[in-house]
Design a protein around this ligand. Structure first.
Ligand SMILES: Nc1ncnc2c1ncn2[C@@H]1O[C@H](COP(=O)(O)OP(=O)(O)OP(=O)(O)O)[C@@H](O)[C@H]1O
Length: 245
């Protein structure tokens, strides 16, 4: 269980951007987090992934309070998370070939043997063809680079996936392919998912439940279900609804 309780966090202690946020993701559950731009979703997602220390509040991982963040967190906790961000070009070292980008977590955790095979397996799981693996980030499209970033996030077989607007820059078919790759991984691993985004249609179709920022900060109860017709936004037919996968 991943539990955030009354988290307050930000970049200046006198002016936190997240105040008293609480949410829970059960093992194997997929939760969508919706909210307007700038409300603090990414900050909260970074707290959940142990990448940003909160000013106050509690993060419980399988019932154990997390006491350290970033490199100070125990390896077993750090590697329990796979994180994919919105902008792959900001999270990929431009000097690395995609094969080395995907292998980064394997090398960082001291794996010696079988790295090449594991990279090939991961690349295939996200739909990256072998010819792309020798290229550097500037030689591939945003969608191809995001596939590599997802493969990197899956490299250590995380128990929790945090996807922070993973598909915001991508077209419908690449979005569908990435969501399918995440769901295939979750189906075999039982990993839980926190998917942050602006697109309620996508999150409703992808996740078991969708929570709104106001709910996370404590005023109403979580919601599920479909976007009202009045929104006027089309549902991307390429992403099967939760429950039909
Ligand atoms: N590293 C940082 N230093 C200072 N302020 C920051 C930093 N990162 C984000 N902020 C500020 O914190 C607030 C919340 O940002 P955050 O990225 O968490 O919001 P968000 O809901 O994810 O937004 P979006 O949907 O546009 O990505 C914003 O006002 C932003 O300007």
């Amino acid at each position: 269980m991943l539990e955030l309780r009354a988290i307050t966090a930000g970049y200046h202690t006198k002016a936190p951007v997240v105040r008293g946020a609480s949410l829970t993701v059960a093992p194997g559950e997929s939760v969508g987090l919706l909210g307007p731009s700038g409300c603090g979703k990414s900050t909260l997602a970074r707290v959940a992934a142990l990448l940003h220390r909160p000013d106050s509040g509690t993060l419980l991982l399988d019932g154990e309070p997390v006491r350290s963040w970033r490199h100070r967190a125990p390896r077993a906790q750090r590697t329990a998370f796979g994180v994919v961000f919105q902008q792959p070009r900001l999270s990929a070292d431009p000097r690395l070939r995609l094969t080395d980008l995907i292998a980064e977590p394997l090398r960082a955790t001291g794996r010696r043997g079988g790295i090449e095979e594991r990279v090939c397996e991961l690349a295939a799981s996200v739909g990256l063809t072998p010819d792309l693996l020798d290229r550097r980030p500037h030689e591939v499209s945003d969608g191809q680079l995001q596939r590599a970033c997802l493969a990197r996030a899956l490299a250590l077989r995380p128990r929790w996936l945090i996807c922070d607007e993973m598909t915001a820059m991508l077209d419908a078919s690449t979005t569908a392919a990435l969501v399918a790759a995440v769901e295939d991984y979750r189906a075999t691993s039982g990993a839980g998912l926190l998917a942050v985004g602006h697109d309620q249609v996508l999150l409703d179709r992808w996740c078991d439940r969708t929570i709104h920022w106001e709910d996370v900060t404590g005023r109403t109860t979580p919601t599920t279900g479909r976007l009202p017709q009045a929104s006027g936004r089309r549902q991307p037919s390429v992403v099967p609804p939760a429950g039909e996968r």
